[in-house]
Write a protein that binds this ligand. Structure first.
Ligand code: HEM
Length: 232
């Protein structure tokens, strides 16, 4: 092999792949972001059953647990786990390469140009990660629930939110979700090439409305339980 050939082969071996580039990681964040956005929206709609009472909510939960002979929920859990892990990995990896490229940080004048939601993406993301772990131990496995009944999700919902500290954490996490979705939806439409002066107002409004509706409806659940609107 000539010197030129061997250096070409070496370069091919070490050439960074799509996922090593920051564009690749942003695409991973955008695609998994769409999946998570779809999930939280559908999950919020499903949870509205709590306002209809015990039987509708428990029937809905039973349907989710038994669809496709009980396999559906496991396929869904697997897909969501992969999406969450990839989303977190891409975020961490982009953060580390940004820090390596810009160890001193932006000057205050540049920071002011960003919105509160965009500047807090990392913090809201970390709080949401912690929230997901707590939420699964609270309402799915019941490990951190005061009186968990695996056969009655409605009862778990009500008795779970009767604990003020638990409700307070849900409310804080949903505020983080709102800010995270607001900037995230705006940003992912940019990454996927949908930025255009003609659609920018629509993109901005869509991100704002969806983030506000999902956060507000989710915050209404613990408040409805604490005020007795949703009860046993
Ligand atoms: C106040 C807002 C929320 C309420 C009231 C709520 C309620 C619930 C309930 C009752 C369950 C258990 C369902 C069952 O076992 O049948 C559940 C499961 C779950 N929730 Fe939420 N949720 C909320 C917000 C969120 C958010 C923001 C996320 C994600 C960021 C999320 C992710 C999940 C996941 C991954 C599961 C497990 C699904 C499974 O595999 O069984 N939830 N939620």
């Amino acid at each position: 092999m000539s010197v030129a050939e061997s250096s070409l082969a070496g370069a091919a071996k070490t050439r960074p792949g799509f996922l090593d580039s920051s564009v690749g990681k942003k695409v991973v964040m955008a695609v998994t972001g769409i999946m998570l956005f779809g999930f939280v929206t559908v999950h919020m709609l499903g949870n509205l059953q709590a306002y209809m009472g015990e039987a509708p909510m428990n029937h809905y939960a039973e349907f989710l647990h038994t669809m496709i002979h009980g396999m559906g929920i496991w396929v869904f859990r697997g897909v969501m786990l992969v999406a969450v892990v990839l989303h977190g990995w891409a975020a961490l990896s982009l953060t580390l390469s940004n820090m390596a490229a810009r160890p001193v940080g932006y000057r205050a004048t540049q920071v002011q140009a960003a919105t509160f939601a965009s500047r807090t993406m990392r913090w809201t993301g970390v709080i949401l990660g912690l929230f997901i772990v707590y939420h699964l131990l609270h309402l799915t496995t019941g490990t951190l629930h005061p009186s968990f009944d695996p056969a009655n999700p409605y009862r778990n919902f009500v008795t779970g939110f009767k604990v003020p500290l638990a409700s307070a954490f849900y409310i804080v996490a949903q505020l983080c979700l709102g800010f995270h979705m607001w900037h995230g939806v705006w940003s992912l439409t940019q990454t996927l090439g949908w930025a255009h002066p003609r659609y920018d107002r629509l993109r901005r409004r869509f991100a704002y409305v969806m983030a506000t509706v999902v956060a507000a409806v989710n915050i209404s659940f613990p408040i409805a339980v604490l005020t007795g609107i949703i009860h046993l």
